[in-house]
Design a protein around this ligand. Structure first.
Ligand SMILES: *[C@@H]1O[C@H](CO)[C@@H](O)[C@H](O)[C@H]1NC(C)=O
Length: 215
């Protein structure tokens, strides 16, 4: 009886710990290939009928070259590796290309840690720990190097060399989220006086910076 009670308590604690952890939920089946046509709203995307699943549902071609959405402001392109078979499996991938002089500016992923491998070129890559330390952990990475970014920490990538750089990034969530710090602060239309106080500067400087983000 006492041991049964202990077991029940342990089970409740284990359940609680599972819910508290900031990771995507564990899958309940081998796979749940995303049915992107479904109108059902769940935490993720509903599963296709497993009988209709094919090898192509786990396949993506083309990460040997740049692609995807381009940011002219920052000089990078990001190609999401879309694999329907990764739905609910707690992972997402992207190829990122950064032109010489380009940056993937300071940002964070609220729901994922990240590991990036350099495919080509060299980049200055790193992250900053949380307040009050604000410590930088960064390195110059070259082809074949891998760097990891803990979940939720601000990180950046700067191609301060003369050759184009390419990276392949893996994130530990299906939906990592992306907060670009400068865009969030200056592109959202927050009042100039609030921004001036935040950046310990004058109203005019805050306004000038904000105008560039809103143009
Ligand atoms: C890029 O910046 C890092 C950090 O400041 C520096 O160590 C590295 O030498 C720079 N690379 C080039 C090519 O200037």
């Amino acid at each position: 009886m006492a041991s049964a009670l202990l077991l029940a308590v342990a089970a409740v604690i284990a359940l609680g710990a599972g819910h508290g952890a900031a990771f995507d939920p564990n899958p309940l089946q081998d796979f749940c290939v995303a049915d992107t046509t479904s109108k059902v709203r769940v935490n993720g995307v509903p599963c296709k009928d497993p009988a209709t699943v094919t090898p192509d549902d786990f396949f993506f071609a083309g990460v040997d070259r740049p692609g995807g959405a381009a940011s002219r402001r920052y000089g990078f392109t990001a190609l999401p590796v879309q694999i329907p078979g990764l739905n609910t499996l707690g992972a997402s991938h992207a190829r990122v290309d950064v032109a010489p002089g380009g940056v993937f500016p300071p940002h964070y992923h609220p729901r994922a840690s990240e590991t990036a491998v350099v495919l080509d070129g060299a980049v200055y890559f790193g992250f900053v720990t949380s307040y009050p330390d604000n410590r930088v952990y960064a390195k110059v990475l070259r082809k074949g190097d891998v760097f990891a970014v803990p979940q939720g920490l601000v990180h950046f990538l700067y191609n301060n060399g003369t050759a184009p750089a390419a990276l392949y990034a893996t994130l530990s969530s299906q939906n990592p989220g992306l907060v670009l710090l400068a865009d969030a602060l200056f592109g959202a239309g927050l009042p100039d006086d609030l921004l001036a106080k935040t950046f310990l500067t004058d109203l005019d400087t805050a306004h000038k910076i904000g105008a560039k983000f809103r143009s």
